[in-house]
Design a protein around this ligand. Structure first.
Ligand code: APR
Length: 336
């Protein structure tokens, strides 16, 4: 029996994400929460003949906390795509003031109603919203760093697709699983193409093409924002990415071993194996790294990728760390 709650389920990401979760046979109860339109989304999904139940929860007013409480009660996993999306010209950090408040209040609801759930944060800027949730959970005395994840999976998905597009005859996107580390915004995103099977393909590129490829991963979201021409940011690919991480966590909880996904996790703790060593290397409290998943969540971070990275990638990491430090600090300060 697995209950999954989606907070922000009626949105551009929330709807396709809920659809993917609805057809996952491991999930027995899908609980949808939003401040608008969620009954319609719930009714629509409820007709799908998968074996899970669907419930929708819409607050009757701004003050109504009962809808969120019932959405969350008994949830094993909570995914949060609630917030406002990026419009053209906006950076993810411009979203901060609106989304920080939304995420904080939802985190308070989780602390009260589903303190043992795995929590996946999609609401941007992830570099700052994840520290906000961690601080909120700490204040409530329920924080388990192994269960909190910032979803950076879309960066990995893009990194795999974009290198494959450069070698369409020899490769498919699914041939790759690039380690993308750092954060989830612009230059904080560092794809480590030199490692693994992408290394030989990277080497064949000119210096200029290497730079273009890395830049495309870092700013891939902008391609979607521009193409949507004012209608929002990535939704379908983001929903797929959020689903992929949720699915991997559910598999690991069920006992599958050796599942590794990159995710933005807390390094300021000893609960996750390797977190201390990773913190010594990056000097930051949160970082996206390959995370080995187990029944309890994030069991171990594979920080060796940072040591094995090429000299060029190490330079990119320095730029990423400087920006990321500010983003993390902003989230922590907001929660104080
Ligand atoms: N509680 C629950 N849901 C909320 C709240 C709240 N307090 N505030 C807003 N929402 C809902 C909106 O009603 C909407 O249905 O969140 C949903 C967001 O959907 P969209 O506006 O379509 O935005 P989307 O493109 O899905 O992006 C959501 O994810 O990737 C990030 O940058 C993106 O932060 C943005 C978020």
């Amino acid at each position: 029996m697995v209950k999954v709650a989606v907070l922000g389920a009626a949105g551009g990401i929330g709807q396709p994400l809920s659809l993917l979760l609805k057809i996952n046979p491991k999930i027995s109860e899908l609980s949808l929460f939003d401040v608008v339109n969620v009954p319609g989304v719930g009714a629509d999904l409820s007709h799908i003949n998968s074996d899970s139940t669907t419930s929708s929860h819409l607050p009757s007013s701004r003050e109504d906390k009962t809808a969120l409480a019932s959405a969350l009660k008994g949830a094993d996993l909570v995914v949060i795509p609630a917030g406002v999306p990026r419009k053209p010209g906006m950076t993810r950090d411009d979203l901060f003031n609106i989304n920080a408040g939304i995420v904080k209040s939802l985190a308070e609801g989780i602390a009260e109603n589903a303190p043992n759930a795995f929590v996946l944060i999609i609401s941007n800027p992830v570099n700052s919203t994840v520290p906000i949730v961690a601080e909120t959970f700490k204040k409530a005395g329920i924080y388990d760093p192994k269960k909190l994840f910032g979803v950076t999976t879309l960066d990995i998905v893009r990194a795999n697709t974009f290198i494959s597009q450069l070698y369409p005859k020899e490769t498919k996107p699914s041939d790759f699983n690039i380690a993308v580390v750092g954060g989830h915004s612009g230059e904080t995103i560092v794809p480590l193409y030199s490692l693994g099977n992408s290394g030989s393909y990277l080497e064949k590129l000119s210096e200029e093409d290497k730079k273009k490829l890395i830049n495309r991963v870092q700013f891939g979201g902008d391609e979607v924002v521009q193409a949507k021409n004012g209608a929002g940011s990535a939704t379908l690919s983001m929903a797929y990415a959020g689903y992929r991480l949720a699915e991997s966590i559910l598999k690991a909880v069920d006992g599958s071993s050796g599942i590794t996904e990159c995710a933005f996790v807390d390094l300021d703790n000893t609960a996750i194996k390797g977190a201390k060593e990773a913190k010594e290397l990056v000097g930051l409290g949160f970082f996206s790294l390959p995370v080995v998943l187990g029944p309890g969540g994030a069991e171990e971070v594979k920080y060796d990728v940072l040591e094995k990275a090429s000299a060029e990638e190490k330079k990119l990491l320095e730029v990423a760390k400087e920006q990321l430090a500010k983003n993390i600090e902003k989230g922590v300060a907001f929660s104080k």
